[in-house]
Design a protein around this ligand. Structure first.
Ligand code: EPZ
Length: 418
């Protein structure tokens, strides 16, 4: 197991380029299963989760070629093989193959993806939507089977604007007979990127980015070239790296609108932000004001930035309240931050953080992807040395994180745990 060793207290200064978005890449790769042609993708990040998804596609019979950030997926020989528990448990987003396989082949059998560190993560909204499109769903022995000769378009109202359910249902409806409308749909930028990819294949989808998405089913989909959008969560993490080290970092390859919720919160905390057209500069000015935040679906404050923002608040002036409304168990970083001297009390789904002057280095662990990122940020700010264990969680969602932070002056190295 690898770990990061971080010598904190360095002001980070310089420029970091953001990689392509993990949470756009994964649904788009799943969507490539819908056609029997080639999908040529660019700006694909080199992440563990992306490797897992490509492995899954190859397992199903796709031919995959990869050259740095460019990936070609040929789904001509794909079959709806049963996806075993071992494969499904590697990554929750494996469930995104259901919509495409059901829509193209009329059948899909997967092991229930199961929960993960941040919550139970059921699939009821996905399955309810598949049923609305005419699929017969059988759940037995930990497996889910969805089958239907030909899906038929329907009106689907999501009880919650689930990102994955919205994506799965867009993909299922793409080849269904007639029109589907998904109401109370998730509005994340990654949904818009998926719509653009699907329409590039010849789908007929409108409304992504709003809470009503209209999909006119088509008879077939073809080849497509697509560049995925930059990763707004990676960008937000780097913005906090500048703020927490009182540094000065210019983050390039961003779409300003996508990072607006985080920018607004940082400005509220007194951080200096200079906006560019595809870059943003974050300058620490010695002041970090305590701010309250509640995670919400986009365009609210993103749950994927909650842990990182909590790390910043541990050294803010004053007391902040952080509420997590999306996942039921996404505060695993609290115990680790406390080991570094943070003063955090947990009351239900709200954490009360009383700012302390400084964090101190400690042995801590990454409990999940974003909590791991929070621990790196805390280590960068803390005095002396912090060791972050189990960084395979971090490698799932951040490409060469230590190299990016070394590039702006951090003393951080990856070591193999002996
Ligand atoms: C996506 O997960 C992201 N993952 C997550 O990012 C992100 O945190 C999440 O959306 C929310 O923005 C990818 O895009 C690959 P949801 P997803 O369905 O689709 C409940 C990261 O760090 N729910 O919007 O799984 C669910 O339990 C990852 O990059 C149901 O109850 O999220 C959760 O509490 C972590 N029933 C809430 O909705 C369902 O059928 C939000 O889940 C589906 C979801």
């Amino acid at each position: 197991m690898h770990k990061f060793v971080i010598v904190g207290g360095k002001r980070l200064e310089g420029t970091i380029r953001v990689s392509g978005a993990k949470n756009a890449t994964l649904p788009i790769m799943a969507a490539s299963l819908l056609s029997s042609s080639k999908s040529n993708l660019a700006e694909i990040p080199q992440l563990e989760d992306v490797r897992v998804m490509l492995y899954l596609l190859e397992y199903l019979g796709a031919k995959v070629q990869r050259d740095q950030d460019r990936v070609t997926i040929d789904s001509g020989q794909v079959k709806p093989l049963e996806v075993t528990e071992e494969l499904m448990r590697k990554m929750r987003a494996s469930n995104l193959i259901m919509g495409p396989l059901l829509s193209r082949f009329g059948y899909v059998r997967v092991s229930h993806p199961g929960g993960c560190a941040i919550g139970s993560r059921p699939m009821d909204l996905h399955l309810k939507g598949f049923r609305a499109l005419g699929a017969k769903i059988t759940e037995r022995y930990g497996y889910i089977v969805a089958e239907c000769e030909k899906l038929t378009g329907a009106e689907i109202h999501l009880d919650f604007p689930s990102v994955g359910a919205t994506e799965n249902l867009m993909m299922a409806a793409a080849l269904a007979r007639g029109q589907t409308v998904i109401r109370n749909a998730a509005k994340e930028p990654e949904i818009v990127d998926l719509q653009n990819f699907l329409n590039g294949m010849g789908a007929n989808i409108k409304g992504a980015g709003t809470d009503a998405i209209k999909i006119q089913g088509v008879t077939g989909l073809g080849p497509v070239e697509h560049m995925v959008i930059p990763d707004r969560i990676e960008a937000g993490t780097h913005m906090l790296a500048a703020a927490i080290t009182n540094g000065d970092i210019t983050i390039t390859n961003i779409i300003p609108e996508h990072v607006e919720p985080v920018v607004a919160k940082l400005k509220e905390a007194g951080i200096t932000i200079i906006d560019g057209d595809d870059w943003i500069r974050v300058v620490g000015n010695g002041i970090i004001k305590a701010v309250d935040l509640k995670t919400m679906p986009y365009p609210g404050f993103p749950t994927d930035m909650q842990a990182q923002m909590m790390a910043l608040m541990t050294i803010a002036q004053g007391t902040s309240v952080v509420s997590e409304s999306i996942f039921e168990n996404r505060f695993k970083q609290i115990a680790e931050l406390r080991r570094m001297g943070a003063d955090i009390k947990l009351e239900g789904r709200a954490a009360i953080i009383k700012g302390v002057p400084k964090l101190s280095g400690a042995f801590v662990e990454a409990t999940d992807l974003r909590a791991g990122a929070a621990m790196v940020l805390a280590g960068l700010a803390a005095e002396d040395v912090t060791v972050v264990e189990n960084i395979h969680h971090i490698d799932r969602g951040y490409e060469r994180l230590e190299a990016k932070y070394r590039g702006v002056g951090a003393k951080i190295m990856r070591v193999n745990k002996n």
